[in-house]
Design a binder for this molecule. Structure first.
Ligand code: FAD
Length: 320
């Protein structure tokens, strides 16, 4: 009986969400009185660091076939590793990759699953996992009654905690059969923290009026080291790329700070962002619904407020 973490890696490095998953796995293992083991698929140079976050054992399956993502292949490999390591609880990140794996793994392992967990499980009245529901307006506890269990964890739901030191990575082999898919090419956006992992997000809506006005959004994001996002009509109009669209039909995020510029705060937008720790809204309409969800609000014109904000950030950085 063990808690097993599938640690995502990309471009040869273990991702931040993997450290979150291991921290979560360690605490879950403590709750269940069992051990916590982690593994990576493909190249993951810093896999040993997973030990510092609570994995007692770390494994890597180095076959280069895993350097590109194939949901069917990864499902077979993860299920095989889980069984080889005597797993009872599998934890993975609720990313695009995690979302495409969780359902398949649930069927393959005959395991009950909660996808998008927002906090640590409880083990009082059965094994229960918390999750935000109704567009973040309520929290539900899901009971997993099957012997094997799967939890996919929302990004930024837990802070990675370094509690120990790195461990030696052991190798493992898996039986995956012949891949049905061949990845011919892969294009990734580089140089920015992907939205689901971002701690700081600067987002803008139709209030910006024209795509040529996005300079102030990008400059504020760049000064803060934040990732940019947008409302759906902005992406639908082709003003910004679709991967920036947040909300019910876009990416759901949980950053530490979400700054919304010229966004009304429609319920479908809030559904993807209202788990942010701190929300700052800048809107010229004092009646904009977003102010009800905001921790801090500025009633004002973005073209007046944002340049002043950028100057203040620059001054602050220069003096600290
Ligand atoms: P608007 O509603 O046009 O608001 C613009 C805001 O900017 C206004 O509040 C205005 O006061 C303010 N403003 C204007 N000029 C300035 C200025 N100079 N300075 C400061 N403020 C200014 N939307 C999403 O975002 N994400 C989703 O995932 C999503 N999914 C949807 C799913 C469904 C099924 C449906 C029906 C809708 C969905 N929508 C989604 C659309 C959503 O209902 C809203 O229409 C959308 O979020 C509005 O975008 P917006 O706030 O950018 O634009």
């Amino acid at each position: 009986m063990s808690v097993i973490i599938f640690a995502e890696s990309t471009d040869g490095k273990v991702k931040k969400n993997a450290f979150e998953a291991v921290t979560y796995g360690k605490k879950t293992a403590e709750l269940m009185g069992t051990s916590c083991k982690a593994f990576t698929l493909g190249l993951a140079e810093n896999a040993n660091e997973l030990g510092a976050y609570g994995a007692e054992e770390v494994y890597n399956i180095s076959d280069e076939v895993f350097n590109n993502f194939d949901s069917q292949l990864f499902t077979r490999a993860i299920a095989d590793v889980f069984n080889q390591l005597g797993g009872t609880i599998l934890i993975l990140a609720n990313t695009a990759m995690g979302k495409s794996l969780t359902g398949r793994l649930s069927v393959k392992l005959d395991a009950g699953c909660v996808s998008g967990a927002s906090g640590l499980p409880q083990n009082n009245a059965g094994f229960q996992v918390p999750k935000s529901v109704y567009s973040g307006k309520a929290k539900a506890l899901y009971n997993i009654s099957s012997d094997k269990k799967i939890i996919s964890l929302m990004g930024n739901a837990i802070k990675p905690e370094k509690t120990g030191s790195a461990v030696d990575v052991k190798s493992l082999s898996v039986n995956i059969g012949t891949p049905a898919i061949k990845v011919i090419s892969r294009k990734t956006v580089s140089g920015i923290v992907p939205l689901p992992e971002a701690s700081l997000v600067v987002s803008a809506g139709r209030g910006l009026k024209d795509p040529s006005n996005w300079g102030i959004v990008e400059e504020l994001a760049s000064e803060l080291g934040a990732t940019t996002a947008c409302s759906r009509p902005v992406a639908d109009s082709g003003w910004r790329p679709h991967h920036e669209h947040v909300g019910q039909t876009g990416v759901a995020i949980r950053p530490t700070l979400y700054i919304a510029l010229g966004i009304s705060g429609a319920i479908q937008h809030l559904a993807g962002v209202n788990n942010s720790k701190v929300i700052v809204v800048i809107n010229k309409d004092p009646e904009a619904p977003f102010f009800k969800a905001a921790d801090y609000g500025i009633v004002g014109d973005v073209f007046d407020v944002v340049p002043r904000l950028i100057e203040s950030v620059k001054k602050f950085k220069a003096s600290h």
